[in-house]
Design a protein around this ligand. Sequence first.
Ligand SMILES: C[S@@+](CC[C@H](N)C(=O)[O-])C[C@H]1O[C@@H](n2cnc3c(N)ncnc32)[C@H](O)[C@@H]1O
Length: 251
Amino acid sequence: MSDFAVYEAFRPRDYLQSYYGELKSEAEGLLRFLVESFAALPGGVSVLEFGGGPTLIGMIPAARRAGKIHFCDYVKENRQVIDHWLVGDESDFDWSPFIARCLELEGVRSPGREEIAARAERIRDAVTRVTTCDIYQSPPVAAKDQFDVIVTNYCLDAVTNDKDEWYAHIRNVKSLLRPGGLFIMSSLEEGKYSDFGETRYPNVYLVEEDIPAALRACGFDEPSIRVARADADHGDREYRGVLFGSATTAI
Ligand SMILES: C[S@@+](CC[C@H](N)C(=O)[O-])C[C@H]1O[C@@H](n2cnc3c(N)ncnc32)[C@H](O)[C@@H]1O
């Protein structure tokens, strides 16, 4: 028997409170990495947000360029939180500070209510599907076409302790990316597990060099590989920081 919780027991509100209760170094680092990634893309791209959990964080910067976004997550309660937000019910969580910070990173000075509302509407317009997914299936999500961009944050590393399995997960998600498409992922740095509420989930133990090594080994184009990191938000986190990596596939 594993000591870890099953994802079916995932509590979206505990998770949001623990990891997104404050906008500190981890969310700042992720937003910055995503803003830089999307800045270089043309408008109208198709985006897959894989394992988005109960969060909007990946879609906020993505919506600047996305023609359409397919959001997927394994846990039904997470998808329900997203569905609520998409129909205008923002009572589960207030994403406006994250939208404001994203807009600032994009160069908007002191974004106000209207600009924040406009980005929220942009996300609502862009999301065309909210579906389940399972990284242990192939393909891991049912989709008619491949995507221009795939964003997957703290998901592929958060379902296993095994590095070979993590590699297999990257390859599996990559099968959904069109030739020349952009893959973006985030992972915990030096974390063997993550805790929140009453639950503990496994994590594959990674150091910064593991990110470019994995992208290379999984067949991404070497010169396109980009890596960044940020410190953990709190001294009592069970990991040292967070790692971000992106790369494109060969055309
Ligand atoms: C640590 S959360 C990350 C959530 C979000 N992407 C974020 O940035 O905060 C891990 C996510 O992995 C998802 N997950 C669990 N098992 C999965 C599976 N078999 N296939 C795909 N995703 C899975 C969970 O539902 C959860 O949303």
